[in-house]
Write a new protein. Structure first.
Ligand SMILES: C[S@@+](CC[C@H](N)C(=O)[O-])C[C@H]1O[C@@H](n2cnc3c(N)ncnc32)[C@H](O)[C@@H]1O
Length: 188
């Protein structure tokens, strides 16, 4: 079954996104301007950010999830730009977001686009399962699990503000310091 159908079925069967604790702890680090929630599911985190004053874009591959998210936002009188999109087709515009969320979703192909889509000073909150999760759930597809230190290595140009991979979940919070990397010795 393709990803969209699989997730549509889960949402039809009652699966829902919940408000993420790491987001609650760290969203205040970001300038309150534009935010993006990648693979937003039924939208609680995106709606939370919009309630806090962020202009929020959010996408997910599942049209069922996006419909639920839109209904939830409407009920609460909150405006979020919810879009049904596959991560690889989403247009990550460069230097656009002050805050990007990537929670419990892993598509390695989009990681460079995430970095370039952050504004200077922008915050990335990334949290998902790592390889230790196989001890909890041996059938989990290991392609969707982070390796030890993987996010630090991929986002090596970002300034790490918080990092934890001591459990089966990796939490990575980082800031884009500068778009041009120029070592102090080469600055004039
Ligand atoms: C485990 S849920 C996480 C949802 C939400 N980020 C959260 O933390 O609760 C994974 C989400 O990824 C979405 N998804 C799966 N494959 C995707 C893809 N290729 N592009 C965009 N979203 C995708 C699913 O529809 C689902 O909503």
């Amino acid at each position: 079954m393709r990803d969209r159908e699989r997730w549509n079925l889960k949402y039809k069967n009652g699966w829902r996104t919940t408000l993420n604790v790491t987001l609650l702890k760290f969203y205040t680090l970001a300038k309150k301007d534009r935010a993006l929630d990648i693979a937003c599911g039924s939208g609680d985190n995106a709606i939370f950010l919009a309630e806090k004053g962020f202009l929020t874009d959010a996408f997910d591959i599942s049209d069922v999830a996006i419909e639920i998210a839109k209904e939830n936002a409407l009920k609460r009188g909150i405006k979020v730009n919810f879009l049904r999109s596959d991560a690889e087709s989403f247009e990550f515009k460069p230097e656009t977001y002050d805050l990007i969320l990537n929670l419990y979703f892993l598509d390695r192909q989009i990681l460079p686009k995430i970095e370039s889509s952050l504004k200077e000073g922008g915050i990335l909150i990334f949290e998902t399962y790592n390889l230790k999760h196989l001890k909890v759930k041996p059938t989990f597809n290991r392609d969707f699990l982070l390796r030890e230190g993987e996010l630090k290595e991929i986002f090596k140009n970002l300034e790490v503000l918080y990092y934890d991979e001591s459990t089966n979940i990796t939490t990575f919070v980082a800031k884009k310091v500068s778009s041009v990397s120029c070592p102090p010795s080469q600055r004039r």
